[in-house]
Design a binder for this molecule. Sequence first.
Ligand SMILES: *[C@@H]1O[C@H](CO)[C@@H](O)[C@H](O)[C@H]1NC(C)=O
Length: 315
Amino acid sequence: MAALPSFSLFLLLLTASQLQAFEFHEATVDSINQAFAAGHLTSRQLVEFYLDQIRRLNPLLRAVIEVSPDALREADRADAERSSGRLRSGGLHGIPVLLKENIGTRGPLNTTAGSFALLGSFVPQDAGVVGRLRRAGAVILGTASLSEWAHFRGDYIPNGWSARGGQGRVTDPCGSSSGSGIAAAANMAAVTLGTETDGSILCPSTLNSVVGIKPTVGLTSRAGVIPISPRQDSVGPICRTVSDAVQVLEVIAGYDARDSATVEAVKYIPKGGYKQFLKIDGLKGKRLGILKDYFNYPLGSVEAKAFEKHFQTMR
Ligand SMILES: *[C@@H]1O[C@H](CO)[C@@H](O)[C@H](O)[C@H]1NC(C)=O
């Protein structure tokens, strides 16, 4: 007779876990996809959450320059496709993405690198990485602020400042992908894209405690991205987790006829992509060096405490 109670307990647990409300804060690509698949969440609900976060937080944080007037419509389309069984491959179907504002989109968003000089300019075509995101069914949520002209406006311009976006907050958000870093940290988007010429993904990721990947030049197309140096520019993800960043990289990496550097670089994309290397115990047995000089924060400061917490997590 023991089988009966444990069987009903199993049913009870199953029901309880199915009813669990979706946790919007710190949501990951995996948790979002699970909730989509279980019918607990729609792309529209997710976009509405992030639009609300932006509305509430952006007056202070200044991470976002524009939200897309098409975002809800794109979310509805993603939801409709999903419910009719047409799921796009790549794992970003219905997932809202925020783009650094130097990454071109073909209307209605402006692409200005934060400067008034380009406002109203006509961008004839999506950037290569935006085309890939759209084909994967991602929702373009809006544009993230940046250090204007990706920090090539001039000397002594503060990190995270642009004429159109204002001064991005945390004490020093670093840059130039400041808005992407702040927005990822403050749950203003599911995932974001930044660009790097010299530290512009890695530095804001560090100072906002999020995860950035700076791909090898040419691994992601620069077509349609406001350029600085063809030898160094690269587009990459800024996200809350390593897994999220890898999943975005997998969608945006690849050949683009409009960026000749992709011809060489795509040869190095591993068969089966990058997700296969995501291992929960991937750091086990690894020896990490910590640059104590670089992380030399005042004793008892917020930074020192955050650093100690991350350090213990690694350990
Ligand atoms: C783009 O800039 C124009 C001003 O030139 C503005 O009217 C429009 O609202 C902007 N687009 C978005 C999506 O904010």
